[in-house]
Design a protein around this ligand. Structure first.
Ligand code: 3HC
Ligand code: NAI
Length: 699
């Protein structure tokens, strides 16, 4: 049963009971209308309360139904709300915990609303690329006033019930319960008290005007346009709320419906809904059930106080977990500590962190030069130099000192986690925790699962990631894991494009127009071109027949490592980060091209983007097929959270799905014909070829 029906004297209570958040899926909607009918048919019932069981009144429409016929199957949400409005007996919404989207729209259809304090109230549809589609844009402005309603609808942000109750003249809540605990009791009493009131009040009958009318909406549009960028929904929210002030209620509802349906089919909404689900799916590992026991993590040790070690430590300090950092020399510890202080002080200066919080966090940090001081930590994360020999020494030491049951993690970005685990007598306790730079800011964490990593270790690390607000994605062991293995193919295409006729600026501009936060060459300059150089040198040994452009090596031979050396693919003024196109680099590329006997050709932005993105997609298909990634949506999360892939495109896999895998494969065949590219690479990965042939998608 997705709702419960109980009778309390003359009041019938309908309790939504569809865990986890009482989503208004078809079965729930049907159950609500059935129970409404039952209450209306029972002469002993004088009024009705609708509420939710568990941790929500309702989280809104069931997102999992979107795009399927079930979403609109009768009774759809509009019909349920009509049934509530048309109930001959008063209906009271008893709202608590979470009241969002369709849940709030259902409440707005009720004749009365009583809310518990502390409830998160929102119309978050815009975050899914939509607008409220069951009357929210027409009823909330009437209940709350145009401006506060528009703010809520355009931002999608939750507002606490007690704050909403303070808005002058608001008709959203008829009563605030004195506490969450007493809500149900107070709702029953309230329902009795209004049982005989007629006519029944309806939000739809309330007036809806803005005193400044057109001027206000023009202002709102200008504000929203600047923020909405690639997303169509926010401006449509303004249109819909404006309609509430200018049209009759029924006409406004039709207009809202039309906008809602159109938005539902936009690629941007598809992307945002995909991300919502993908983010939650990422924490689920197929063979690690949700009830897998976890180890307790109360303290952390970090080995290495360099670029990564410091950032990693900050994540845990921010979450209130004590950290001890170890280095080889006092100077290195002092340097690491000073960087952490500097980062926090910058936050204090900007008003983002209170002084007392800063001190509290620093108070949780201690340092040492001795491994023996780490032995009691529950989790130790190694972030020392990227050399197997160094890692070996560290892990042997950790194996010697750490208490049994401690988790031993490595932040390695390329090395074999199985080999690292083999340096210890407890490979089941070893896992990769691959943070991204800057580690205190970037949302992504690749959790690298070794052959012998324990399931409880994985479950623990995934839960811990949530605590430190990271999006964790599990990767198997391979060179580069998910993200860097893919970026290598993207980078290789960038090199070929230069050889064939592009400038770094042209490639970057095309990628940025597509929506990447940064094109490949600006990204190289930021991360340091020497990192890729070191990897290529290794590749030349390991895979001598792999084709590479030599341009990036020539750049590095000039010492142009990027921002840190004041010159890379671009020139940089001292202390500035603006990338200035470099005549020297263009000359270098042209000379190299000439030495290869290549006549440059004009390459379209479309080709640039396709080669960069499809290179990601093809490598990703191999990664998926090899089981390095558990699911396509995990790969999307890696690219969205760690590599600046445009959010509105939903990640490389969803982008390919939306283009059609058949078209992707056709383009790859075209690229394979290009003698200056790598024909072998462009053979579609078997999984991709199969899905394309079967007309299927990754997701
Ligand atoms: N439909 C279906 N499932 C939902 C859901 C929804 N609206 N909202 C959340 N869930 C699911 C999640 O997928 C997750 O499932 P899982 O346990 O299988 O992974 C589970 O509920 C818990 O979600 P969270 O991990 O996000 O839990 P939190 O407690 O952190 O947050 C929440 C709860 C605040 C409700 C948050 O999930 C949320 O913001 N949900 C989205 C709400 C939303 O966007 N509603 C609008 C829907 S669109 C709509 O109503 C259209 C209408 O206008 C016509
Ligand atoms: P770094 O050079 O800035 O810092 C390494 C620190 O480790 C130095 O302070 C050094 O003194 C210390 N160290 C070296 N050997 C040690 C030992 N035996 N015991 C204790 N301390 C020791 O390097 P960075 O960039 O922080 O990288 C560290 C690790 O993180 C590497 O494995 C790297 O591949 C990985 N990584 C780096 C990223 C980056 O963007 N810099 C991103 C993701 C992972």
């Amino acid at each position: 049963m997705t709702t419960h029906y109980e009778v309390h004297g003359t009041v019938a209570r309908i309790t939504l009971s569809n865990p986890p958040v009482n989503g208004l899926g078809h079965a729930t909607r049907l159950s609500i209308t059935d129970n409404l009918q039952k209450a209306n048919a029972d002469a002993a019932i004088k009024s009705i309360v609708i509420t939710g069981a568990g941790k929500a009144f309702s989280g809104g429409a069931d997102i999992k139904e979107f795009g399927s016929p079930k979403a609109m199957q009768e009774p759809n949400l509009l019909s349920v709300i009509s049934a509530v409005e048309n109930s001959s007996k008063p209906v009271v919404a008893a709202i608590h915990s979470v009241c969002m989207g369709g849940g709030l729209e259902l409440a707005l259809g009720c004749h009365y609303r009583i809310a518990a304090p502390g409830c998160s109230v929102a119309l978050p549809e815009v975050k899914l690329g939509l607008l409220p589609g069951a009357g929210g844009t027409q009823r909330l402005p009437r209940a709350l006033g145009v401006e506060p309603a528009l703010n809520m609808i355009v931002s999608g942000e939750p507002v606490k019930s007690e704050l909403l109750a303070q808005i002058p003249g608001q008709k959203l809540f008829d009563k605030m319960a004195s506490s969450a605990e007493s809500l149900q009791e107070e709702a029953l009493v309230f329902a009795q008290s209004i049982a005989d009131t007629r006519p029944l009040p309806l939000v739809r009958s309330l007036p809806c005007k803005h005193p400044k009318g057109d001027a206000y909406f023009q202002f709102a549009r200008n504000m929203v346009k600047g923020m909405a960028k690639n997303f169509p929904a926010p401006l449509k929210c303004v249109d819909a709320v404006e309609a509430a002030t200018k049209r009759k209620f029924e006409d406004g509802m039709l207009f809202e419906r039309e906008l809602f349906i159109n938005l539902m089919w936009t690629p941007e909404s598809r992307a945002l809904r995909h991300i919502f689900m993908a983010e939650r799916a990422a924490s689920k590992i197929p063979d690690v059930p949700a009830d897998t026991p976890q180890r307790e993590i109360k303290s952390i040790a970090v080995i290495g106080a360099g670029t990564m070690g410091g950032g990693i430590a900050m994540n845990f300090l921010n979450a209130g977990i004590p950290v001890r950092m170890l280095e080889m020399k006092q100077e290195a510890l002092d340097r690491g500590l000073a960087t952490i202080r500097k980062n926090y002080e910058a936050q204090v200066k900007k008003g983002k962190l209170k002084q007392d919080k800063y001190e509290q966090r620093m108070g949780l940090l201690s340092t040492t030069l001795s491994y023996d001081d780490l032995k009691d930590a529950d989790l130790v994360i190694e972030a020392v130099f990227e050399e197997m020999g160094v890692k070996e020494k560290v892990f042997k030491e950790l194996d010697r000192v750490m208490k049994p049951g401690a988790i031993l993690a490595s932040n390695t970005s390329t090395l074999d986690v199985n080999q690292i685990a083999g340096f210890t007598q407890r490979p089941q306790d070893v896992v990769g925790m691959h943070f991204f730079s800057p580690a205190n800011i970037m949302k992504l964490l690749e959790v690298v699962r070794g052959e012998k990593t324990g399931k409880d270790v994985l479950a623990t690390v995934m839960a811990l990631a949530k605590k430190i607000r990271k999006t964790a994605v599990v990767s198997g062991v391979c060179d580069g894991f998910i993200g860097n293995r893919m970026i290598e193919q993207y980078g290789r295409q960038g090199g070929f494009l230069l050889d064939e006729g592009c400038t770094p600026e042209q490639v970057d501009k095309a990628a940025e127009k597509f929506g990447f936060a940064m094109g490949p060459f600006r990204m190289g300059d930021l991360a340091g071109n020497d990192i890729g150089w070191a990897i290529r040198k290794r590749r030349y040994q390991e895979k001598p027949d792999m084709k590479y452009s030599k341009t990036a090596d020539l750049l590095c031979e000039k010492g142009r490592f990027g921002q840190k050396t004041g010159a890379g693919w671009y020139d940089y003024l001292p202390g500035k980060r603006d990338a200035i196109p470099s005549a020297e680099v263009v000359q270098m590329i042209e000379a190299h091209r000439a030495s290869l006997g290549i006549t440059p050709r004009k390459i379209s932005d479309e080709e640039i983007v396709q080669r960069l993105v499809f290179a990601l997609v093809n490598e990703a298909a191999h990664i998926l097929e090899e089981g390095i990634a558990n699911k396509a949506s995990d790969i999307d999360m890696v690219y969205l959270m760690g590599y600046g892939f445009p959010i509105f495109r939903g990640g490389p896999m969803l982008y390919a799905d939306q283009l059609g895998l058949f078209n992707v494969v056709q383009a790859m065949h075209r690229f394979a014909q290009n003698p200056l590219d790598d024909a072998k690479f462009w053979q579609p990965a078997p999984l991709l070829a199969r899905l394309a042939a079967e007309g299927k998608t990754f997701n």
